[in-house]
Design a binder for this molecule. Structure first.
Ligand SMILES: Nc1ncnc2c1ncn2[C@@H]1O[C@H](COP(=O)(O)OP(=O)(O)OP(=O)(O)O)[C@@H](O)[C@H]1O
Ligand SMILES: [Mg+2]
Length: 269
């Protein structure tokens, strides 16, 4: 029997430490995430955001601790989990069409003879439509723009029809209109009790986009509802001196209602 996803945490991470060459890049992380929320992971470059997702997905070994999804080990629930990797980590020269890539999202759900059926193609096409990419179904992925590549990977994730989605910087290289359309799509998914966890760099849009936020910098700074967690103090702790690049954090939070990306003045580096 499947646990009730409205009461069981979608994700529980306990005492998690991950190290490369004995150097910890995630240290003693403890968190629980509710199901049915849109959740942002924020933190500076190198904070361990991608490492956290990859570890939760079982792609990297843990030095200590455990991870449970819907109160189960990952191997029991793999079919319910979907992962969109950071775009730079994908081999875009791989010879595959957009449709091929989206159909890969169906592999976990293929029937007895492991053949792609018309029903799978229909789901794939529907997912391409949701991200505005149906006209590109037969295009080779090497011939897509960055934003189109990102949308293709999003369509592949949607085609998995999972319950929990991990997306590593899905808005990198995506134009403002597409970002808006995608965030609407993600919000609709959470209304259907899906849990969507997104690595995000644009601090200005955090309060508009996310119900919950994970603030990370090797250690967990904070995790909770955005309203109470995305505070000036936690931002300062997460970004430390680097936040001075963004002039004034208080100013940043006040400006969150101005949706244009250029609204915040970043001093030249
Ligand atoms: N395979 C690896 N071997 C050694 N060190 C690694 C490896 N992968 C990541 N790291 C290191 O672990 C730290 C965390 O990396 P990670 O990719 O998780 O950061 P991130 O928060 O996703 O950063 P970004 O915002 O730049 O994507 C970094 O210092 C990185 O150099
Ligand atoms: Mg990363």
């Amino acid at each position: 029997m499947q646990p009730d996803i409205t009461t069981t945490p979608a994700l529980e991470v306990h005492d998690l430490t991950v190290a490369f060459d004995r150097k910890p890049v995630l240290w003693n992380i403890d968190l629980k995430l509710p199901a049915g929320k849109l959740i942002g992971i924020i933190g500076p470059n190198g904070a361990g955001k991608s490492t956290l997702i990859k570890t939760v997905m079982g792609l990297l070994p843990l030095s200590s601790g455990y991870v449970r999804l819907y109160d189960q080990p990952i191997d029991n629930v793999r079919g319910r989990i979907s992962y969109v990797p950071q775009r730079e980590s994908v081999d875009w020269d791989f010879p595959a069409s957009v449709m091929d890539v989206v159909l890969m999202g169906r592999y976990g759900k293929l029937g007895l003879f492991r053949r792609v059926r018309q029903a799978d193609r229909d789901v794939a096409l529907d997912c391409l439509r949701k991200v505005g990419m149906e006209a590109y179904a037969n295009r080779q992925i090497s011939q897509l723009s960055g934003g189109q590549q990102q949308r293709t990977f999003l369509a592949r994730a949607l085609a998995q029809q999972a319950d929990i989605y991990f997306m590593d910087e899905p808005f990198a290289g995506v134009d403002a209109a597409t970002e808006k359309a995608i965030i609407g799509l993600l919000q609709a998914m959470t209304e259907a009790q899906k849990t969507v966890i997104v690595v995000h760099h644009d601090l200005q849009s955090v309060t508009r986009y996310f119900d919950w936020v994970i603030m990370l910098n090797t250690r967990l700074v904070a995790c909770g509802p955005t309203e109470t967690t995305f505070t000036q103090q936690n931002l300062q702790e997460t970004y430390g001196g680097k936040l001075t690049l963004l002039s004034d954090v208080g100013d940043l939070i006040r400006r969150e209602h101005f949706p244009n990306r250029e609204g915040i003045s970043k001093p030249a580096l």
